[in-house]
Design a protein around this ligand. Structure first.
Ligand code: SR1
Ligand code: MG
Length: 402
């Protein structure tokens, strides 16, 4: 019979105490449940006498954001742990350390990153992260290249695909990103002032066709092991350090889905800069910073991915003249399309983003929502024609009038 049950705080402390490398001495441990995400419990265990600490993340058998009516497989905790370990091996220093995994209890015990901030919060507070583009491009280039057919033996890759079949969490994405925002679904959460913009999207046949193509890629293209939910809430950051967390949506999918997720969340923050009143110069400065970061991320990602391919490629056929250039062009196009879809869903689908939702002034919030929708739909419409990351910059500037 399954041992699974949600941990009490006392049990979380007992689990933490078994991690000798963090708590070698017996002083008192204190536990606080700090989970503010959509799906899981997160226990923060500290030892006040020594200042040592760790995190225990435990999956619940349902989506916390909705309740028990939305059951979810606990296998996602195994997938998350295995993805964290794999990504840590492929991109050293860019993930938290994993101390222990318990598949029965669906938990992962890991490094406490409380000296970092969640990047979404950091951006909302005006943080600047000069090394972010370098770090996240490194994380994506290495984790995605070395799990693709370009960087991993193809038989080995197929075995890995098997262990990362993640139907419940993929279904969340299929519904919440590619389906529900495109009709009047119950899951949508549309503020009244922008209902007309949502309705216009539902009527836009050309856009719906592009979304169908993007969804087909998400459903069928097992290109590499994705993080699967690489938004700024899945990144802990300081000006010097970047740590990618929460890969519970990991599965083999299209590479552009991860790269697009990062870009979309920077664009959502870009739109949220409407919160500044009047012609504040800070708004423009923040937007310049965000667009430069987006450009750097793509440029560095492309350069690193190509270098890995040229130095570590395992696939003879993929050396055919012209193939790499065409692959990278398609990857950019996918990135732009997925960035668009990920932007739209965060404005009026289930689970918005704090960047926009916390703008107190209703008129400024509406401007930000409309801008994010203009950017998102612009990217979706552009995706298969895109030539360069400058297309993203242009679409964002057009939407903001900057
Ligand atoms: C029901 S889960 C809602 C969203 O939270 C996660 O971060 C994913 O993005 C998911 O779509
Ligand atoms: Mg998450």
């Amino acid at each position: 019979m399954s041992q699974y049950h949600p941990l009490t705080e006392a049990e979380a402390i007992e689990t933490a105490r078994s991690i000798q490398e963090v708590f070698p001495t017996g002083e008192e441990l204190v536990c606080r449940e700090i989970g503010d995400g959509n799906l899981n419990l997160v226990f923060h265990i500290t030892q006040p006498a020594t200042g040592r600490s760790l995190i225990i993340k435990q999956a619940l058998p349902y989506a916390k954001v909705v309740g028990e009516s939305w059951p979810l497989s606990l296998d996602r905790a195994r997938i998350e742990s295995e993805a964290l370990v794999k990504q840590g091996e492929l991109a050293p220093g860019l993930t938290p350390r994993v101390y222990k995994t318990d598949t029965e209890l669906a938990l992962t015990v890991m490094e406490d990153l409380s000296d970092h901030v969640i990047m979404r919060r950091g951006l909302i507070d005006g943080g600047v992260y000069p090394l972010f583009a370098e770090h996240i491009s490194e994380f994506m280039a290495r984790t995605l290249f070395f799990t693709s057919d370009l960087g991993l033996n193809q038989q080995e890759k197929k075995r890995l695909v098997q262990s990362f079949i993640n139907p419940d969490l993929c279904k969340i994405t299929e519904d919440l990103i590619f389906e529900d925002p495109y009709f009047d679904a119950d899951t949508n959460s549309i503020e009244d002032p922008i209902r007309d913009a949502a309705e216009a999207i539902w009527q836009n046949e050309a856009l719906l066709l592009e979304v169908a193509y993007l969804r087909e890629k998400f459903l069928t293209r097992a290109q590499a092991l994705l993080h699967g939910d690489l938004h700024t809430g899945s990144i802990f950051i300081t000006p010097e350090s970047t740590k990618v967390i929460d890969p519970e949506f990991a599965y083999f999918g299209p590479i552009g889905f991860d790269v697009g997720a990062v870009i979309a969340n920077l664009l959502l923050n870009y739109a949220s800069q409407e919160h500044w009143s009047g012609e504040d110069a800070s708004r423009r400065d923040r937007r310049v910073y965000l667009l430069n970061t987006i450009r750097d991320i793509w440029t560095q990602f492309e350069e690193k991915f190509r270098r890995l391919w040229n130095e570590h490629g395992v696939d003879r056929v993929s050396r055919a003249a012209g193939y790499q250039d065409d692959y990278m062009r398609r990857l950019l196009q996918d990135t732009i399309g997925f960035a668009g879809a990920k932007t739209v869903r965060r404005v009026y689908g289930l689970a918005h983003v704090a960047d926009i939702d916390t703008i107190p002034d209703a008129a400024a919030r509406e401007r930000a929502q409309r801008m994010a929708l203009a950017i998102g739909t612009g990217l979706i419409m552009r995706n298969r024609q895109a030539e360069s990351i400058e297309d993203v910059i242009r679409i964002a500037k057009q939407a903001s009038g900057d």
